[in-house]
Each structure stands twice: as C-alpha cells, then as structure tokens.
Design a protein around this ligand. Structure first.
Ligand SMILES: Nc1ncnc2c1ncn2[C@@H]1O[C@H](COP(=O)(O)OP(=O)(O)OP(=O)(O)O)[C@@H](O)[C@H]1O
Ligand SMILES: [Mg+2]
Length: 408
C-alpha cells in the first residue's frame, strides 16, 4: 500500500503532445478514475505510471520512492487490462500462480495467495479449468486474481470491463469496488464510461485532449463542472446548454429561446451559456416552449427530446411514464402527454408542442465554483431549500464555468 504522486508529467510521441502536464497525488488506498473520450491520453498516462512508456518530462513516485526510471517489474504494481490475456494452455491456478513462480516464491506461499484470491473472487471450484472453459466474467475474475496475488502497492486498471456484456459489467463493477475497498490498494482505473467512473471513483480525473479538465470527487464533478466540456461529459443524458444574454445587471439571463431566468449571483459579461440538467426541467406549464421530437421511455423515467425556439435542442428527464397521445392524427409526428406523480392521468401537455418549467431537482449541492459568484450563502440556501440549480458559463471568462442557482 502506498501513495502515488505524479509531478508535471508530459508525453509526446514525435511532434504530437499527448499528455500536456499532469499533476496528481493519490492518498493511500484511494481509487482514482481517469475518464475521457477516446484518444485523450488515458492509457498513455497509465502506461507511464506502469513504466511501459518513458515520460518526456515529469516524475512518478510510489510512496517515497521515485520510480520514473525504474523497470515495470521493479515498481510493485499490478495491471488489469481490457484484453485479459490469460495463458490458454494453463489452468486457472497456474495462470494466477505464474507471476509468483517467476518471482521465486515458495510453493506454500503461492498456494496460500492463490487460494485466498480464489476465495475472494469465487473461483475455488474453477482452479483446474482452462481459460476456454470459462465465461467472459470468470476470465475477467482470473485476471483480477492474477493481479491480487501479487499483493502490489498499486493497481492499474485499463478498461477492464469493456469486453463484458452490460449486465456483467454492472456486476463486476461492484465486485471490483468491494475488492479494492477490502484490499485497500491504491488504484488508478481508466474508463470512458462515465457511469463506471461516477460509481467507482473516490475521485475522478477528467482528461480532455491530454489536459486535466477537472480533478474532484464524482459529486463535485457532477454539481460543479469546471467547464462546459466536463458539464456535458458527465451526466446522462447530457446537460442542456442554452445560449443567452445576461440582463438586469448580471443577475438574470435572458435565454435566446425566450424566458428570463433569475440567478442567485451576479455575473460579469454579456453572452453566456446556461447549463440545466435534464432532470432539473419538468414538463408542464412553464417558461420554455418547445416542440417534442422524440420520446424515449426507460421504464422508471422518460426522456423527452425537443427543440426550442431558435432550434436549440433540449432534453427533459421526466420521472415515470410519459405516453404518446392517442388522438389519431398524424401518427408519425411524436406527441406527448405527461403523467405526473400527483395527477396520474394528467394530459395538459398532450400536444406536439409543450412547455418546460425550470424547476429544480433533487439537489443537495454546494454553492459555487470559480470566482465569479459572490453570494455563496444565498446559493447554498436556495439549494438546501430544494430550489432550482443552473450552471452559468461566462463567455468573457471561457475557462470558468460558474455554478449557481436561480433565485426563487
Ligand atoms: N506509441 C504511440 N505512438 C504515437 N502515438 C501514440 C502512441 N500511443 C498513443 N498514441 C496517441 O496518443 C493519443 C492518446 O492515446 P491513448 O491510448 O492514451 O488514448 P486513450 O485515452 O487510452 O483512448 P481509448 O479510450 O481509445 O483507449 C492518441 O491520439 C494515440 O493515437
Ligand atoms: Mg486506452
């Protein structure tokens, strides 16, 4: 067990700069999830920590030891990859034992470690089988076992679940989290799946084109995204980003789509982007009028996609069922009526056009991020009272995305 410290890490392949300066430090036992779009440098960062690539600049320390120039085998790490690469001719036991034999551990010690890991992973009954006699999930478990038996200081995971089907992914995700907690091994976990990232990480590092866009806990990233990239990367469906203009001396925003939304803080600037999560919009009489163009029922909730005046798209996540109207006209054009909790068969919005009210969500969030909002206390009060919450990005300060909550 150990801490991990990464200082000013850069990596270029020829003229292409892939990592642009990463600073990071993990506490002992912490699980940090690196998440970002394909090609943003996640695997490269992991490979640099593992020693499979040499940094162009910067240092890597595991505990007090500077490992920047050490061979992978001297770093005391274990890696689990998407392609778990088990030896096909070896039994499960031998696959797990192989690395320990190479390191010259005693027979008894090897048996102890393999049996202990097999018990943790529910593999006891499968130790004599060959990889081809296992399901995908079981193979992934063997790969985990092979990492665990090494009793490393650091686990590195590179998309270890992406070969599994959706149900198994969810199950293995929970298993990995339990195991990591139980073993208390400091871990770096790479994924491009934001749900995996949110559920697994003590903290997230959002990588965007080789830069750290944000490093924070999952809830901080969700509630106080550092910029519009993070805002739209985390959360599903993605956050609605609506264009507008600050009015009333910066305490309200007039959306291009129509309504004026009051804000808790005072913002500098002129043109802004207002971010509203789909779950913080409710269908019903409200300020924003929109044309429904797609309804996606998910069972416990429904996604309603639409277009605002000016053709901006908007998505609303409504709890429960939202049905299509049955008035028989023009069946190809989507229409919707909305079943609300309080009124089971409410049909007020049974039409091709509806309106959306900006009405808050189940926020427990904090006040603000960045330095452009001066009324933290107000904001917090609003949130605690279950009021709406929006995110405002000042175009004059493109690197700062301020989070705030509209006034009541
Ligand atoms: N050995 C290499 N030589 C040249 N370019 C490389 C090399 N390895 C990676 N790259 C480039 O570096 C960038 C980052 O690659 P990396 O594998 O780290 O991405 P990633 O975030 O893991 O993506 P994915 O989600 O697709 O696995 C890519 O543009 C890739 O083409
Ligand atoms: Mg990768």
């Amino acid at each position: 067990m150990a801490t991990l410290t990464i200082d000013g890490l850069r990596k270029s392949f020829g003229a292409t700069e892939v990592l642009r300066r990463i600073d990071l430090s993990l506490a002992d036992g912490e699980m940090l999830v690196i998440v970002g779009a394909s090609g943003c440098g996640k695997s490269t960062l992991l490979r640099l920590v593992a020693g499979l690539e040499t940094p162009s600049e910067g240092r890597v320390r595991i505990g007090e030891r500077d490992v920047t120039t050490l061979d992978p085998s001297d770093r005391d790490i274990a890696m689990v990859f998407q392609n778990y690469a088990l030896y096909p001719h070896m039994s499960v036991f031998d696959n797990m034992a192989y690395g320990l034999r190479i390191r010259g551990l005693s027979r008894q010690e090897i048996a102890r470690r393999v049996e202990e890991a097999a018990a943790m992973l529910g593999l006891q009954a499968l130790l004599a089988r060959k990889p081809r006699q296992l399901s995908g999930g079981q193979r992934q478990r063997v790969a985990m076992g092979r990492a665990i038996v090494r009793e490393p200081k650091l686990f590195l995971f590179d998309e270890p679940l992406s070969n599994l089907d959706a149900k198994l992914r969810v199950q293995m995700r929970a298993e990995i989290r339990r195991l990591q907690r139980r073993l208390g091994v400091t871990s770096l976990y790479v994924t491009h799946d934001q749900v995996e990232a949110m559920t697994l990480g003590d903290r997230l590092l959002i990588l965007h084109e080789g830069r750290a866009a944000q490093l924070a806990t999952p809830m901080e990233v969700f509630e106080q995204p550092a910029d519009t990239y993070v805002a739209s990367f985390v959360g599903s469906p993605t956050m609605n980003l609506l264009r507008g203009r600050l009015v009333q001396d910066g305490i309200a925003v007039a959306l291009d789509a129509g309504p004026v939304i009051a804000l808790a803080g005072r913002y500098p600037g002129d043109r802004v982007t207002l971010g509203i999560r789909p779950e913080h919009l409710t269908l019903g009489p409200g300020e924003l009028s929109f044309a429904v163009d797609l309804i996606e029922p998910l069972g416990s909730e429904t996604l309603v996609h639409g277009r605002l005046v000016g053709d901006e798209t908007v998505v609303v996540k409504a709890p429960g069922a939202v049905g299509a109207a049955d008035d028989g006209n023009d069946p190809d054009r989507p229409r919707a009526y909305f079943r609300r909790h309080d009124r089971p068969a409410h049909r007020a919005n049974r039409a091709r056009h509806g309106t959306i009210a900006v009405t808050g969500g189940p926020d427990s969030g904090r006040g603000t991020v960045g330095n452009k909002v001066d009324s933290r206390a107000d904001c917090r009060g609003d949130v605690a009272a279950g009021q709406r919450r929006n995110t405002l990005r000042s175009q004059n300060h493109p690197d700062v995305l301020d989070t705030c909550c509209p006034r009541r």
